[in-house]
Design a protein around this ligand. Structure first.
Ligand code: XMP
Length: 552
């Protein structure tokens, strides 16, 4: 299958480049900017994109394997990637007097592009050499320019090219007068000072398409059906007749990983382990069990350890202390229960790690990408040991969340499971502020179930979808305070409950869901009527940042 490699030099948008190209049906792989590119890495590669970076080429910026310049493959340098290519080939890059950020116009030089590729700019001129055909195809992908040849690009850079390397020609300038579109005259090398992958860049996808299809001639062979087929074959080959143990949380990712294993291997080889920490949502364990059995699970090990978690949490009120107690106990129980299964040492350990989990935790992909969250359980001593032994299976580790949902549908996971809102590892413990008790868990579970049921049954007049489907994540939070109210004629002293509902693309930032007031009022009434310990309901109207999605 044809692929495009994205060399990640630490840009926040390197992932986005990969995403955009995958959305065109072409498989992409993101590799650290300086990773060695041997024949295996380059197999079936049709082109390489060099990403942006917060670094400068003349300071600490990473340098790609020189094979990049020798392999003859088409290259597209974006921002730092362009500066890198120019600098490595003998051009100059220097700091701008002032950093440029945001929407900036770019004008394609008169005469550049379509019929005769001639640049009449001050930086370079003349007819392009052996790269003419590819250059024309590339420039054809630029936004329609209404006779003005100008479009709005999106930039974020502190350096600029100040001398072009031999062979590079400039075909477009920013309104601020800096080189913005570069093409090499003899080699299939292209560079953009702006970011076509960012949605604010006018026609950005068209420019990427022109590179991927027009220049690289890549085949759009990346379909989920095909990928599932390949995964099934490779999983079966790799596992042989060894048993596989999958750690299941009940969320979308691990359930899809389970479904995939059950589709790829004889079900008797597949062991699924799920821990009911007592901090789960209402009827969650029953639903997880039913879903997995429907997928053909034969060896489902449900570990009921609610008591252990509650006693570990006793007396703890600090959010981090609670998280640590849960994390530590999780590991202890996991090791104990896995040992108790008595699987042979040769067993494979599987988890539903996603591509974004690897990127966020800085594991293996995009070495320079920063650690954004610390709560991903990509690692535990057991997982680390199995990883060292080369016996970890992470069949979803090349996929983004929405791709996992598509894959899940192909291997029979129900829509309801696939569309489920995310749920944090520490469960209700981070939604009961202060000390966690069994009683509070029950109160929260009831209130949360009502909230979610209401979101599923109410529709947005604007989109026609259920509120639940339009919301990225919704839940209730039990506050550690009680307030005064009346019930009948009697004074009531009840707990305060907060509702949280946010929209988001990936959980990194979040906006408050704009509920119609009438719905909020009705939901609040239903909760206070049905859950007698709750006396008051509030709606959390904080975005992320500054507030996080969870309260602890
Ligand atoms: P925050 O609260 O950091 O949450 O804005 C972002 C997303 O991550 C989820 N979350 C967790 N997920 N283990 C997880 O697996 C955790 O410890 C954890 N804490 C928060 C949160 O629900 C939201 O979707």
């Amino acid at each position: 299958m044809d692929k495009i490699i994205v060399l990640d030099f630490g840009s926040q948008t390197a992932q986005l480049i990969g995403r955009r190209i995958r959305d065109m049906g072409v498989y992409t792989e993101i590799l650290p900017g300086d990773s060695p590119l041997d024949a295996e890495a380059l197999a079936e590669t049709r082109g390489i994109v060099l990403s942006g970076s917060p670094e400068s080429v003349y300071e600490n910026g990473a340098v790609p394997d020189r094979v990049v310049y020798e392999c003859g493959l088409p290259l597209l340098g974006i921002c730092y990637g362009l500066q890198r290519m120019n600098y490595d080939q003998g051009g100059a890059v220097e700091p701008l007097p002032r950093r440029e950020y945001g929407r900036i116009g770019v004008t394609i030089a008169e005469g550049a592009g379509l019929d005769n590729i001639v640049s009449d700019t001050a930086v370079s001129g003349g007819v392009i050499g052996t790269n003419t055909v590819a250059a024309r195809r590339f420039l054809e992908g630029f936004p329609p320019n209404n006779g003005t040849r100008r479009f709005t690009a999106w930039m974020s850079h502190g350096d600029t090219l100040t001398r072009l390397a031999p062979g590079f020609r400039c075909y477009g300038f920013s309104d601020t007068g800096y080189p913005a579109v570069l093409i090499h005259e003899d080699r299939p090398w292209f560079g953009l000072q702006f970011h076509p992958e960012v949605t604010h860049c006018e026609g950005g996808t068209g420019i990427l398409r022109a590179f991927v299809f027009g220049v690289c001639g890549a085949d759009a062979g990346w379909t989920m059906e095909r990928y599932v087929q390949e995964l099934r074959t490779s999983l079966a080959e790799r596992v042989g007749d060894n048993p596989v143990l999958l750690l299941i949380s009940g969320g979308v990712d691990s359930t899809v990983a389970g479904a995939l294993l059950l589709a790829a291997l004889p079900p008797d080889q597949v062991h699924l382990m799920y821990m009911d920490t007592g901090l789960m949502r209402k009827d969650e364990t029953t639903a997880v069990k039913a879903a997995l059995e429907k997928l053909g699970a034969r060896h489902l090990h449900i570990v009921y350890c609610g008591e252990e978690f509650l006693s570990a949490l006793k007396g703890l009120t600090e959010p981090e202390a609670k998280r640590k107690a849960i994390g530590d106990l999780f590991i202890t129980i996991q090791e104990r229960e896995v040992r108790a299964l008595g699987l042979p040492d040769s067993y494979f350990l599987a988890q539903g790690t996603l591509y974004t989990d690897l990127i966020e935790s800085g594991k293996g992909v995009g070495k320079k990408a920063r650690l954004i969250k610390s709560h991903h359980n990509v690692g535990s001593p057991l997982v680390d040991a199995k990883r060292r032994a080369g016996r970890i299976l992470e069949p979803l580790d090349r996929l983004y969340k929405d791709e996992v949902r598509r894959l899940g549908a192909l291997v029979g996971v129900q829509r309801e499971v696939l569309q489920r809102h995310p749920f944090p590892g520490p469960g209700l413990a981070v939604r009961i502020l202060g000390e966690v008790t069994a009683e509070k868990c029950n109160i929260l579970r009831e209130a949360d179930a009502i909230f979610i049921e209401e979101l599923k049954s109410r529709r947005s007049a604007e989109t026609g979808n259920s509120f639940y489907d339009d919301i990225w994540q919704a839940f209730t939070v039990l506050l550690p305070i009680r307030s005064v109210g009346v019930a009948g004629d009697v004074r009531k002293y009840g707990w305060v409950l907060a509702l949280r509902a946010i929209t988001s693309a990936d959980g990194m930032t979040a906006d408050v869901y704009p509920f119609p007031t009438a719905d909020l009022l009705e939901i609040s009434t239903r909760i206070t009527n049905a859950v007698k310990d709750i006396g008051r309901v509030t709606y959390d109207i904080s975005s992320k940042p500054p507030a996080t999605i969870e309260w602890e």
